[in-house]
Write a new protein. Sequence first.
Length: 249
Amino acid sequence: MARMRFLLVAMAVVCGTAGAHAAEIRVIGSPGFREAYNELVPQFEKATGHHVTTIWDGVTNVAKRVWGGETADIVILPVAQIDELMKAGKLDAGARADVAKSGIGVAVKAGAAKPDLRSGETLKNALLKAKSISYSTGPSGVHMALLLKQWGIADAIKAKIVIAPSNTPVGELVARGGAEIGFQQVSELIRIKGIDYLGPLPADVQEITTFAAAVHKSAVATDAAKALVKYLSAPAAAAIIRKTGMEPG
């Protein structure tokens, strides 16, 4: 049934762009939404005949690139950055959609001891005991750094922190022993081999990030880009989005 609904959405997209020539769509985005996107886009290409080229980079880098004048047909980032770029006139407010929501997950190397995640307090104690801790430069890392300050332990564990390079999954560092415990968007952790995904952050310290896609004001393939944004945010995409550890936007 879900598959049939998705095919109906695909047909609607095709009809909406009927008569248009196949377009080359260029997308630049942060990797939080990548897993679902990588399943959805090939279906969009098959349904429409358009071709999509995607560049992934860290949240900060993508935002800086667009701020600096780099253009693309679509930009995918957390809503905070999307909204800032819209206010700056870089993105089209009329061609924007929230595509997915993601919480922060926790992982250790496969077979390693599992910390207590029942509450923020037990997590704090686990971090004080850990030999090394990794998080990214994206929203999940910003949240973790803020938590450490709020708990008053940032200085005590500063030497333990391993910041994952931009566009390098935290899970990969954990898998190869570069950090004892790692934090990143759930969708970016669950696909990594060599780790044990322990689940989301405790509810009392969790942070949900919403990712959005928006058409650039200087887009070349404007109509095709709008169709792709619509496709990524369609209700029929929900099953694939949930499968990758996120919730529909």
